[in-house]
Design a protein around this ligand. Structure first.
Ligand code: C6P
Length: 415
């Protein structure tokens, strides 16, 4: 396995880039500048090797076999759970459920925890900056139960209106589910306060950490939340693997999400008893290679040092925010005081999709669209934005390439 490139305080991005084979290619004759990390990030050699090693040396099902390969696979799979637990500072690895991704984690909590505890007239609070995966599961739940969805407004700067949040909370509030870092604005929400305020009225809180886990140090105990979710593929791990962290006493009291093998203790036609948490929530053969790859991604991040990574990304975001101001007619959406990793913008007279296409011809990959946050786009009266999202392997030179390509787009449209 390749050794990580740097250690804390000596973040050498040139060396780091050598760990990512995919970065070294040209697109339409230009060096690839990959700024679509919010959608998914690339994988270091260590992750690719870990997945490959599992399939070439250890491939077997977990928790079932008594033979050597199955034991090795189980150790690696459960080892990955322990790494996730340490990453988010969980009390124990039993608090970590492997799921497909953030979307499945939210659906699991909605179905297994909230739905059995909610009645008509109860309220669920989300915010106006949520990804669809933190809106639609709650809408489905409200439709089925008669509960009401309440929405925290977003200010023009792209921050949550915390006074309005305080006003929304009340005796009917049962559950609050908000995003830690917005995928369309980059805003870092004040999650500790959000949790404190919800707990003060007896409501529980889930945080969507899909865009936070790649950029911030997440400490679920310090935040005080009840549930936390993130996706492996956005933190340099494989697709199809994600994490639900939950307070152990809540997990124990939750209904199973799916039934099948792995999640049972004993089955008869009269009665089935369930396995201990977290296995109770992992029916069927899990994504073993995905979990092992995620564990390798966490090791990789750990070796680089999460603080060094965050500082590097913060520098890039500040540099980019300043640099894009050279582009005539460019407006940034999302000017919160606390931001991470994401620069969303529109350019007067050029549709976001055209920006995406023109940039691509220059080798610059950004996302253009509604970013699965249509209510937020409506809030800002735009159909779409272009979004540059940064990862630990991006450089200031790549930001310069982005700006150059944007100036080129401006020229084309001004002709
Ligand atoms: N956002 C983006 O380009 P999944 O698909 O389950 O791994 O993650 C869903 C999800 C949930 N919450 C937030 C804040 C997200 O950003 C995402 C995924 C990608 O912004 C793809 S739409």
């Amino acid at each position: 396995m390749s050794q990580p490139a740097t250690r804390l305080n000596s973040f050498d991005v040139t060396r780091v880039r050598e760990d990512f084979p995919i970065l070294h290619q040209t697109v339409h004759g230009h060096p690839l500048v990959y700024l679509d990390n919010g959608a998914t990030s690339h994988k270091p050699r260590a992750v690719i090797d870990a997945v490959s090693h599992y399939y070439s040396a250890d491939n077997s099902n977990v928790h079932r076999g008594v033979h050597a390969l199955s034991e090795r696979a189980t150790v690696a799979y459960e080892g990955a759970r322990g790494k996730v637990a340490r990453l988010v500072n969980a009390g124990s690895s039993r608090e970590v459920v492997f799921v497909r991704g953030t979307t499945e984690a939210i659906n699991l909590v909605a179905a297994s925890h909230v739905r059995p505890r909610i009645t008509e007239g109860d309220e669920i609070v989300v915010s106006h900056m949520e990804h669809h995966s933190n809106i639609v599961p709650w809408q489905l739940l409200c439709k089925a139960t008669g509960a009401r969805l309440r929405v925290i407004p977003v200010t023009d700067a792209g921050e949550l209106d915390m006074d309005a949040y305080a006003d929304l909370l009340g005796p009917r509030t049962r559950f609050v589910s908000v995003v830690h870092v917005s995928n369309a604005l980059g805003t870092i929400n004040p999650v500790r306060r959000i949790v404190e305020m919800a707990h003060a009225v007896g409501a529980q809180v889930m945080l969507d950490g899909a865009q936070a886990a790649p950029h911030l140090t997440v400490d679920v105990q310090a935040i005080g939340c009840d549930f936390y979710a993130f996706s492996g593929h956005k933190i340099y791990g494989p697709t199809g693997i994600g994490v639900l962290w939950a307070r152990p006493e809540l997990l124990s009291g939750m209904e199973p999400y799916q039934g099948g093998g792995e999640m049972i203790r004993a089955v008869s036609f009269e009665e089935t008893t369930y396995a201990e948490v977290p296995h109770k929530f992992e029916a069927g053969t899990p994504n073993i290679a995905g979990a092992i790859g995620l564990g390798a991604a966490i090791d990789y991040l750990d070796a680089l040092g999460l603080e060094a990574v965050a500082a590097h990304e913060d520098d890039l975001l500040r540099y980019a925010t300043e640099a894009v101001s050279q582009v005539p007619g460019l407006r940034i959406h999302g000017n919160a005081r606390d931001k991470a990793g994401i620069l969303s913008f529109v350019v007067d007279g050029i549709h976001a999709h055209d920006i995406g296409t023109i940039l691509d011809r220059r080798g610059v990959a950004v996302r253009a669209g509604h970013h699965c946050a249509m209510p937020l786009m409506q809030r800002f009266s735009v159909a779409a934005t272009a979004r540059a999202s940064f990862a630990l392997y991006n450089t200031r030179e790549e930001v310069d390439a982005l700006v150059g390509a944007l100036l080129h787009a401006r020229e084309l449209f001004d002709r």
